[in-house]
Ligand binder design. Structure first.
Ligand SMILES: NC(=O)C1=CN([C@@H]2O[C@H](COP(=O)(O)OP(=O)(O)OC[C@H]3O[C@@H](n4cnc5c(N)ncnc54)[C@H](O)[C@@H]3O)[C@@H](O)[C@H]2O)C=CC1
Ligand SMILES: CC(=O)C(=O)O
Ligand SMILES: [Mg+2]
Length: 471
């Protein structure tokens, strides 16, 4: 039996034991020797020769889960029936549901929310389509749409497997910014089909949040939809990530006291997130920026099939550095990882400039585990929730869409993204800024408020707001 959970501090193993061959005490000792802390035991079934028990064990990480389960499986007379962890239990039946805003208690209610009275509302919208914003969920609803092709750092895992992430994003929209959303995973990875599908469902939504769609297809999909729809279309992995990264870098450079226009930055993983983060740093005036992908540094001395990479090579890497990450990272002030787990070594960080900043943002496994370099890196951040300094687009997308919906913005433009980055950076007060606190917590309630305020202002000033929200 394969355990697919990543993380989760507590697991429940259902074990069937042949009581003629093994005693429970032997199982408990084996679990303890594997470092598992047994915190609960429930007897599920007991017959003459077999007993089925659920044992709850506290573990440290995925590797530890494997160690404990391998130990249990190796015991003679024990069958591992099932493994569940709290994370899996939390996903049973999915994580979100629909809730009506008004009750239907009688026929009168029924005839208002449904036929016949609903028809009058339909006709009103038919006569004036703008009324869809006031009389339907459009006003406060975003579609979270993926094709399952670049899910976290797990890669092309398909639309079914992508759903838990999209449901999670929907929860975050609601919890942090009161935005309703639908997770939608499309069973196609064809650019034209994706564009056509999203255009076809757009009428119900006030915004489209594209998620985990692989590069380079994501660039064309977003560009086309931005052109062809009159609601904001925002590829979260590009722009949400870039906004938060920008905010984090502003603050990290304050901690190490280095000016942005003089630092050497190496970004590993020139996909959706890597390209957008690079663009925001170029616009902010970063000193020297080098992009590295699987085949090494992107340089103008080479040519690339992918148009975005060709553009990238021509606009970065002014010294035309070539070679693998381990070569180009030498002397770098900042490493930004948006690639895959484990690509950065301690030796790489040792070769960086003094007081290096390491943002290992791949999910769920970062480019390097913070523990490996905490003694040599001046500032470390990851995309995860279980380390300090979480650089994750969750700090941006709820607030930026809250603002865009409230002012009925036709798009989310550069001015609005910059305003969001400034709001996030300034949510860490100067007197509290330090190496372990460069970015506000996701649970800091001031963040969404600050983003909303600044982004609405930016939308109004840049002429894309179609209404001025009351407060
Ligand atoms: N912390 C955050 O907020 C975010 C983190 N990410 C993470 O960034 C990573 C990339 O995501 P996307 O840009 O959406 O995916 P993507 O599929 O568009 O791009 C990934 C890029 O990384 C490159 N890559 C993969 N393995 C590599 C390696 N060993 N060495 C160098 N380059 C390598 C790929 O060739 C590709 O160009 C994922 O791990 C994702 O979880 C993405 C968005 C937000
Ligand atoms: C955080 C996120 O969106 C990602 O890792 O893909
Ligand atoms: Mg994503």
């Amino acid at each position: 039996m394969k355990h697919t959970g990543l993380g989760g501090k507590s697991i429940i193993l259902r074990l069937e034991m042949d009581t003629n061959r093994i005693k429970f005490g032997q199982v408990a000792s084996a679990v303890s020797e594997a470092g598992g802390d047994m915190v609960a035991i429930d007897v599920i079934q007991s017959t003459g020769y077999t007993t089925v028990r659920d044992i709850t064990i506290t573990v440290t990480d995925s590797a530890h889960i494997s160690k404990v389960t391998d130990t249990v499986k190796s015991l003679d007379g024990v069958r591992l029936v099932n493994i569940s962890d709290r994370t899996f239990l939390m996903h049973l039946g999915g994580k979100i549901e629909t809730n009506p805003k008004v009750p239907i208690n009688n026929r009168d209610d029924l005839s208002r929310v449904y036929t016949p009275d609903v028809a009058r509302v339909c006709t009103a919208i038919q006569e004036d389509p703008k009324k869809a914003h006031t009389l339907t969920i459009k006003r406060n609803t975003v579609a979270v749409i993926s094709d399952g092709s670049a899910v976290l750092g797990l890669g092309n895992i398909g639309p079914y497997a992508a759903m838990p992430v999209m449901e999670g994003k929907s929860m975050l929209f609601k919890q942090f910014a009161g935005v309703d959303s639908f997770p939608i995973c499309l069973d196609t990875q064809d650019t034209e089909e994706i564009i056509a599908s999203i255009k076809a469902i757009a009428p119900a939504f006030g915004g489209i949040n594209l998620e985990d769609i692989a590069s380079p297809r994501c660039f064309e999909i977003e560009a086309r939809l931005r052109e062809e729809l009159d609601i904001p279309v925002f590829h979260d992995d590009q722009h949400g990530t870039a906004v938060v990264l920008h905010a984090a870098l502003i603050n990290a450079l304050k901690v190490v006291d280095k000016p942005l226009d003089q630092v050497k930055v190496v970004i590993c993983g020139i996909g959706a997130a890597g390209v957008a983060c690079s663009k925001i740093l170029l616009a902010a005036g970063v000193g020297e920026l080098i992009g590295v992908d699987r085949a090494g540094a992107l340089t103008r001395d080479k040519s690339y099939d992918q148009a975005m990479w060709q553009w990238y090579a021509e606009h970065t890497n002014p010294k035309r550095l070539d070679g693998p990450l381990k070569d180009v990272i030498q002397g770098a002030d900042v490493f930004i990882g948006l690639s895959a787990g484990g690509v950065l070594s301690r030796e790489d960080v040792q070769s960086m400039a003094e007081r290096p900043v390491v943002f290992a943002m791949a999910n769920p496994v970062p480019e390097i585990q913070p523990e490996e370099v905490e003694d040599i890196a001046a500032v470390i951040a990851t995309g995860r929730s279980d380390y300090p300094n979480q650089i994750n687009n969750v700090l941006c997308f709820p607030g930026i869409f809250r603002a865009a919906l409230d002012c009925r913005a036709s798009t989310i433009n550069e001015e609005m993204k910059l305003a969001a980055a400034e709001a996030i950076a300034s949510a860490v007060p100067a007197e509290e800024l330090n190496a372990s606190y460069i970015i506000p917590s996701v649970f800091n309630q001031n963040v969404v408020k600050a983003i909303r305020e600044r982004v609405v202002k930016a939308a109004v000033q840049s002429g894309v707001a179609r209404r001025i929200p009351r407060e």
